[in-house]
Write a protein that binds this ligand. Structure first.
Ligand code: PMV
Length: 344
């Protein structure tokens, strides 16, 4: 019996950077994001004798997976089995066993747009595993909760925990070293506040240091401790701004946190320089535009030079025009989305 789930990336307003436990991807601090409504990833899973992973691009061509990618799926499956056993033994959820699986990934995320697909992939896979477990369990078994599914997603990619929910969600760092000591919750659903994300991609180069390795370097920056002290305040301000739909408050805290994360990255050993000249040119120009036209638009960047311009409905036309004027950039447009779902 095969199960298919669909999920999308999310973009953090308060960034997750650095773990207290790297192998379990237990974050050192809270984070908060908006789930996008596109592009999506679709994953089908089924029970099998051995683990097989196949991945297809948007044009239908099969991607050759690197050994490292397959190992990541294998490790994630082992951790998921361990977590499900833990739930079953504490009678929290009488789950069926998850043995080996075949995983088929069909991604609509163009590799050229600099959108981290791991959040969508592991959010999707967690949802699909939960569906497979529920379909194979006794009828009396209660399905996994979204919070439990977010733990499974987090074991594959920290930020993926947030893609389980639509709208706005937060990954709570929690304490200790238990596998499920950190999980995500929804802040507000996708109908609460529609924001657009106009994405400007200045380069199509693959990044040299991925976030899994990047997180491990966070502690080597002398600014990291200060970052960890500031995050609880920022997380609260961001959460409050979303609930109140206060764009100006959101803009201040999102940009403050983005520059702070990049400062930590740039001052780690070795330094991680994800931004390029085009990024700075675009963020300067947005600050100028905001000054002159009083537009509700904010920017944020993840582990790459891609600039996300978030804006309200009233500003979308002007931001689109701004984006079209930027030289040598690929533009992609998306907005607040629904989160991971199972296909019937
Ligand atoms: O989930 P990961 O390990 O790919 O880390 C994501 C890191 C950032 O995208 C830079 C920030 C975030 O919170 O999404």
């Amino acid at each position: 019996m095969s199960i298919t789930a669909v999920s999308t990336p999310n973009i953090a307003f308060i960034k997750y950077w650095g773990n207290r436990n790297d192998s379990l991807r237990l974050p050192a601090a809270d984070s908060l994001s908006m789930t996008l409504n596109s592009p999506h990833v679709e994953i089908t899973v089924d029970h099998a004798d051995t683990l097989t992973v196949r991945s297809f691009e948007a044009d239908g061509s099969e991607k050759t997976l690197k050994e490292k990618d397959i190992m990541r799926f294998a490790r994630h499956l082992e951790l998921t089995k361990e977590y499900l056993k833990k739930l079953a033994s504490s009678a929290q959820t009488p789950t069926s066993e998850l043995t080996n699986v075949t995983i088929t990934v069909r991604s609509q995320i163009p590799s050229s747009i600099g959108l981290a697909s791991s959040a969508a992939v592991f959010g999707c896979l967690a949802k699909a595993y939960a569906g497979l477990v529920a379909a194979s369990a006794e009828t009396s078994a209660s399905p996994l909760t979204d919070e439990q599914i977010s733990v499974i997603a987090r074991l594959g990619s920290g930020s993926a925990a947030r893609s389980i929910y639509g709208g706005y969600s937060a990954l709570r760092a929690g304490d200790g070293d238990a596998m499920d000591s950190s999980s995500a919750v929804q802040v507000a659903d996708e109908n609460h506040w529609l924001l657009h994300d106009i994405i400007l991609v200045p380069t199509q180069e693959e990044k040299k240091v991925g976030s899994t390795e990047g997180h491990e370097l966070a502690w080597s920056s002398s600014y990291y401790k200060k970052r960890l002290e500031e995050i609880p305040r920022r997380q609260k301000e961001c959460w409050d701004a979303i609930l109140a739909k206060d764009f100006e408050k959101l803009q201040h805290v999102v940009e403050e946190d983005c520059w702070d994360m990049h400062n930590v990255m740039q001052t780690s050993t070795p330094p991680l320089k994800y931004l390029n000249d085009a990024t700075y040119r675009i963020t300067d120009a947005i600050e100028e535009l905001r000054e002159t036209e009083h537009l509700p638009v904010l920017y944020t960047m993840d582990a790459g030079p891609t600039v996300h311009l978030f804006c309200t409905e009233e500003a979308v036309k002007a931001v689109r025009e701004f984006a079209a004027e930027q030289k040598d950039c690929t533009i992609f447009e998306t907005k607040t989305g629904k989160g991971a779902i199972l296909l019937p």
